[in-house]
Design a protein around this ligand. Structure first.
Ligand code: ZN
Length: 283
């Protein structure tokens, strides 16, 4: 276990430093990545710890993709939009809590499916946000079907859905590859292989439903503010220093972080339920 803590520290620090210097992570966000990585590797094992790092790196790479074009669209894509500690915690927090349950259950396949479902959801959502905003056709609000400017919370586009699907499948397949590798290396045989066969499908379905919940809450409940000075909609009550904003919809406590956390819990529940159901039917 000690070398797994050290591996988590080393790889977490590497990813955090990369994210910090390339501008995807604020200093607080980078610190949360290191701490979460130490816990994920130490309590879950390397096959649990590697998956959240794939989420951070892949999302960071997408945020660099055509970033010049995105800057003008929304605050979320502005030059200073590096993820803070609270934002990273909102995406990886639920999965890390699941890792703490893991030592008592010793490689429980259904719990692992919940963990993969949580990471699949936040990865799908982040890819959908970073890629979907480049859609040539303006997205629609999920609740009202109105066409809205790209980058509006709760807006969905066909391109964003494709990106979400790709992200969820990647996490599901890599999640399966990691446990398969772990099983081969240790020959412990504690994994229920018939159950884990369903992992990629469970992660995709859980991830997509998690993303839809994210868009629904973003569209129906998330607090959105308007800054008259910049003539822009924003997720933050304090747009820029000295800019007075007015709240135009949603509940003040329903921030983007609450939406992300909620959708990751739903994605985990659907993924684990789906894997348990399919394994039960086909057994
Ligand atoms: Zn402003």
């Amino acid at each position: 276990m000690i070398w797994e803590f050290l591996l988590g520290l080393g790889l977490g620090a590497l990813v955090a430093a990369l994210g910090y210097f390339l501008g995807w992570l604020a200093l607080s966000g980078a610190l949360v990545v290191v701490v979460a990585s130490v816990l994920n590797f130490g309590f879950g094992g390397w096959w649990w710890g590697a998956l959240p790092l794939l989420f951070i790196v892949s999302t960071g790479l997408w945020s660099r993709y055509r970033s010049g074009q995105k800057w003008s669209i929304s605050d979320r894509f502005s030059a200073d939009a590096a993820r803070t500690g609270v934002q990273v915690l909102a995406t990886m927090g639920w999965a890390t809590i699941l890792v703490f349950v893991q030592p008592g259950l010793a490689n429980d396949s259904i719990l692992y499916a919940a963990f993969v479902g949580a990471i699949a959801t936040v990865t799908g959502d982040a890819w959908a946000t970073q890629v979907g905003v480049l859609s040539a056709r303006p997205p629609r609000m999920m609740t009202t079907h109105q066409r809205v400017p790209p980058g509006t919370p709760g807006a969905v586009s066909a391109l964003g859905m494709v990106a979400c699907l790709a992200g969820t499948w990647l996490i599901g397949i890599v999640g399966l590859a990691l446990v398969a590798l772990q099983g081969t290396l240790t020959e412990e045989g504690t994994w229920d292989q018939a159950t884990l066969t369903w992992l990629p499908l469970g992660a995709a379905v859980g991830g997509i439903i998690g993303c839809l919940v994210d868009s629904f809450l973003g569209s129906a409940a998330q607090a959105v503010y308007y800054c008259p000075r910049c003539e822009k909609y924003t997720e933050r009550p304090n747009h820029l220093p000295g800019h007075q904003t007015e709240q135009v919809r949603g509940w003040p406590w329903m921030t983007n972080e609450v939406v992300n956390l909620t959708s990751s819990v739903v994605g985990a529940a659907v993924a684990s339920g789906m894997v348990a159901l399919l394994a039960g039917i086909t057994r």
